[in-house]
Structures are given as C-alpha cells and as structure tokens.
Design a protein around this ligand. Structure first.
Ligand SMILES: [Zn+2]
Length: 317
C-alpha cells in the first residue's frame, strides 16, 4: 500500500510540477487584476527569474485612457511582453498607445520588444539615466542574465530600450489621463521613475517599493530610497502599485520604507559600536523579523547590511 501511495504521489507531483519551458516557448498566462478605476495589474511571481517562471516576475500594469491603453513595465522578455499583450486583450480591445519603464532592471522592461513589434508608433518612456545605461550596453547584460537564469526560456529576446527620455516633473496628457513623473535621485537605482495617474489617485512605484519581496539594492542607496518614498507618500494617493508583490495602500508603502530604514539603522549601530560591516547582519536580523518570510530575505539581508555600512561610512566623511 505504501508503495502504491508513493507511486501515486510521484505521478501526481510529476503531473503538477511546473514544466520547464523549451527555449523561446510562450510564457504561461497570468491574468490582470483590477486594482483601481481604469487600472489593472498582473502581480507576477515573487521568486527570482528561473526555469519554471520563464523569467517572468514583475508587476506589469495597464491604464485605460480615452485614447487607448498605457502599459507600465511589460516584463522580462519578449515572451513576457507577448503574454502581457495577450492578457490585456481580455481586459480591453483598445490599442496600446504608450508605455513607461520604471527603471533599468531587465525584469521590468525587456518585454518592450513585444510592444514595439505590435505597436511600432507607441512611444516608450524611461528616465534619461536609463536611456544612457541602455546606450552603454546594460540591456545586453540583462538579456544574457535572463537567458542564463531561465536556461534559455527567454531566447529571442532583444534589447528595445525606451524611445523617449523623461525627467522629474514631466507630465503627459494621454487621452483623458495625466501621467506625472516623479524622480528623486538615486533610490532603488539611478534610473527610477514613479508614475502618478492624477485623475485616479494611482501611483506606480517601480522597485522603490516592493511588498513580500526584498529586491536587490546593489544599484541603489538606502537613504536615497527612504527619502524618495517619503516624498512620494506626500501625494496621498489611494492605490499604490509596487514593483513586486501585492498592490496596496500607504501602509504597504511605509512597510518597505521601514525595512530600508531598519537595515540602515542597524548599519549605523554597528558603525557607532566600532563593529565591522559583517556584524550588521546579526543586528538587522533582530530589527527586521517582520520581513523574514519575504522572498529574497535570506539572500539579501547579509549583502544589504554590508552595503548600508559602506553608506554609513561614506556619510561620515
Ligand atoms: Zn529593480
């Protein structure tokens, strides 16, 4: 009996385990969820890009305007971008008329290729610093990394960077909606934009704020990120869309801010007590227990503590 049960279990597991994708295979369907009036988000998987999620892990968003659809962050590969377009058609039959990329990390924008192929005239907006980094070859590094992490599932993906540079304070009237750009210097990266949809009280935060996932901070700055979040919170918006994890209210935004602050304060404590950068982790483990179940926590806390320590040191001089 035990053998039969084991056999059935293994058969069951075999049939339900995520199949590894063949190179270039379509990304499976992840539906859009309505989060506000005229706004939908696909809340992507929380784990790192891998074979089973085919590299797809971010939160693509769409805003329906009177002229058509605006996309925010179409995903990590041409296949992810195609999936976003496929899912979008279940929400609206309107064409895509513009897209925004929140920052340089490839899981957010390599899907541009699919948007450009289907809607060649739609402008794709990104921060000036992002365009400079794509020009310098950063996109190629991301294409290679995705291909490696997914064992070829993103094959065929090519670098299609933003076509138009934006900066802090720019506003775009698209149909009946106003999109306002917020950029507060180096935060999660040097390239971050947060996009406010004024009429609907919606803010797309990029990875300046995440929920249920600790993102890499190696291109960012802890206090820069805290300060960017404090500034955006002045908006008093109703719906906040993080770069990863569930959409929420200002409580969700403050929770991530408090995480960054806790890591930085742990580094300050270590520095002031003449401890080393490697000692920050023990202190930050105590200070961040609320976040211990977030994806990426175990991998990121050590390196983030060491990074925050360097920032504390730099701030002392
Ligand atoms: Zn990022």
């Amino acid at each position: 009996m035990r053998i039969i049960t084991a056999l059935l279990c293994s058969l069951f597991l075999a049939s339900t385990a995520p199949a590894s994708a063949a190179p270039g295979e379509p990304v499976r369907d992840y539906p859009f969820e309505k989060v506000a009036e005229n706004t939908w988000v696909i809340h992507g998987p929380l784990e790192m890009p891998n074979v089973s999620n085919q590299g797809f892990m971010n939160n693509p968003g769409i805003v329906l305007t009177s002229k058509g659809i605006v996309i925010v962050d179409p995903g990590s590969s041409v296949q992810a971008g195609e999936m976003v377009l496929r899912m979008l058609k279940k929400v609206s039959d309107q064409p895509v008329i513009a897209a925004f990329n929140t920052h340089i990390h490839g899981d957010h924008w390599l899907g541009n290729q699919a948007i450009r192929a289907a809607y060649p005239d739609a402008p794709i907006y990104g921060h000036t610093e992002m365009l400079a980094m794509v020009d310098a070859g950063s996109g190629d590094t991301w294409v290679e990394l995705m291909d490696k992490l997914t064992e070829g599932a993103t094959k065929g993906t090519k670098v299609v960077g933003p076509s138009q540079a934006v900066k802090h304070g720019d506003t775009f009237k698209i149909g009946n909606k106003t999109f306002r750009i917020h950029h507060y210097g180096q935060a999660h990266t040097r390239t971050d934009i947060m996009i406010e949809v004024e009429e609907d009280g919606v803010v797309f935060l990029g990875d300046n704020v995440t929920a249920d996932r600790i993102p890499r901070m190696s291109d960012g700055n802890f206090m820069g990120n805290v300060s960017a979040v404090d500034k955006i919170l002045e908006l008093d918006a109703a719906t906040w869309v993080p770069g990863h994890g569930p959409t929420g209210d200002a409580t969700m935004v403050r929770a991530y801010r408090d995480y960054l602050q806790a890591v930085y304060s742990s580094a300050e404590k270590a520095f002031n007590e003449d401890l080393d950068s490697s000692d920050v982790k023990a202190i930050s483990l105590q200070a961040t227990t609320k976040y211990k179940d977030w994806a990426g926590y175990d991998d990121e806390l050590g390196p983030q503590g060491a990074q925050a320590y360097m920032e504390v040191e730099a701030a002392e001089f």
